[in-house]
Design a protein around this ligand. Structure first.
Ligand code: V47
Length: 351
């Protein structure tokens, strides 16, 4: 059976779900074959820095430890100068991408963000600005009384190059209601990315898993992304984010095993052949599992990050990023070829 024939049989959710019944080695082989066909032994990474301008949020997502709340009383909102100082620091440290996401803070309006993007682009035209999740775009559209289409067009005009994949969480409406009631709904999240793609721009897509969702919900999420990508073609990477459990309000009874995580990554590779890259984000997996995931369909590991506030607030060990040389040597030691890429996956250097 060709890859396309195999995939077609899995587009029916009931059939796709059966992938979880396969043993991990069979899944690894299937996903590994696709990864190998696309990228051989290459593992992509980039030099990036996260910038989180505020953690004051008017939404309450139960899984979130980053936003200021009872369990995280340290609220902050950066001034424009503080934000720009962080960008300067990032540039000094070799970052080629600034990944800007924050919280839904009514004190920072659309113009605040647009001016920040403009200033960064004017000062550092070489820097790729990856900014605002679909959830933030939806929030800014509401508080500025502009359509999401207008917000996205203004982002392009003011220097945003691509959009990150956050805010997707789990598309199933029932689970969304329980974990992030009131946040952008799934249909709108997909519409926002679809419109962004129609402007000729790229974005990523995430899935937050390992909390109260079931395997069925993950399959549903992946298939909705598959169909969106068939329509708009602009997703560069899919990022399965493993739920981190500290300092938040979500009551989770059991956590996924390493095997369940690897199976989910492999199934993502199999069900999303139309999204080029599967990113094993080391900040939620830990570096070791992110490297093992390269054998199960992933081909990217994210980057140096420099500063990370969202996952580290919830328990991951990513607060201060990782050194480039460390990343390179760990990828090599695990039998893969480290490839430094830019934000659009153009290769910069093969090690
Ligand atoms: O949407 C929040 C997630 C996301 C927790 O596009 C949590 O390249 C785990 O989207 N445990 C934001 N995850 C981060 C994000 C991202 C990260 C890296 C690369 C890219 C990319 C995008 O973080 C949120 C949410 O799903 N998140 N809390 C938590 N407790």
């Amino acid at each position: 059976m060709s890859k396309n024939e195999i995939l077609k049989s899995f587009l029916v959710p009931k059939e796709a779900l059966k992938l979880y019944d396969l043993d991990i080695f069979t899944l690894g082989k299937m996903a590994g074959a696709i990864r190998e066909e696309y990228f051989g032994k290459k593992t992509f990474f980039n030099s990036n820095r996260h910038l989180n301008p505020t953690n004051e949020c008017s939404d309450i997502c139960k899984f979130c430890a980053f936003s200021a709340h009872r369990k995280n009383p340290n609220s902050y909102t950066l001034s424009k100068k503080e934000a720009l100082d962080q960008v300067q620091m990032a540039v000094n440290n070799g970052a080629l991408e600034i990944h800007i996401v924050g919280a839904h803070n009514p004190k920072l309006d659309l113009e605040w963000y647009l001016e920040l993007f403009r200033t960064i682009k004017e000062k550092y035209p070489q820097i790729h600005i990856k900014a605002l999740t679909g959830a933030e775009v939806n929030f800014l559209s509401k508080i500025s009384n502009k359509s999401y289409q207008e917000v996205l067009e203004l982002m392009v005009e003011n220097g945003v190059d691509s959009m990150p994949g956050g805010g997707a969480e789990i598309f199933d409406e029932g689970i969304r209601e329980k974990i992030c009631k009131g946040k952008v709904d799934s249909i709108r999240w997909l519409e926002i990315h679809g419109y962004w793609h129609s402007l000729g721009k790229k974005s990523n897509a995430t899935m937050l898993f390992g909390h109260i969702e079931s395997r069925e919900h993950r399959i549903d999420h992946l298939l909705r992304l598959y169909h969106q990508q068939e329509k708009s073609q602009g997703f560069n990477a899919f990022i399965p984010l493993v739920y981190q459990k500290e300092n938040n309000f979500l009551k989770v009874k059991s956590f996924p095993s390493g095997q369940e995580i690897l199976k989910t990554i492999a199934i993502s590779r199999i069900l999303l052949p139309n999204i080029p890259h599967i990113k094993a984000y080391w900040a939620t997996l830990g570096l070791n599992l992110a490297l093992v995931a390269q054998e199960f369909g992933a081909d990217d590991i994210d980057g140096t990050i420099q500063k990370e506030a969202i996952q580290s607030a919830a328990g991951s060990k990513s607060a201060n990023g990782i050194l480039r040389d460390e990343l390179i040597s760990q990828i090599k030691d695990s039998g893969f070829i480290p490839v430094e890429r830019d934000s659009l996956y153009n290769e910069i250097k093969i090690y």
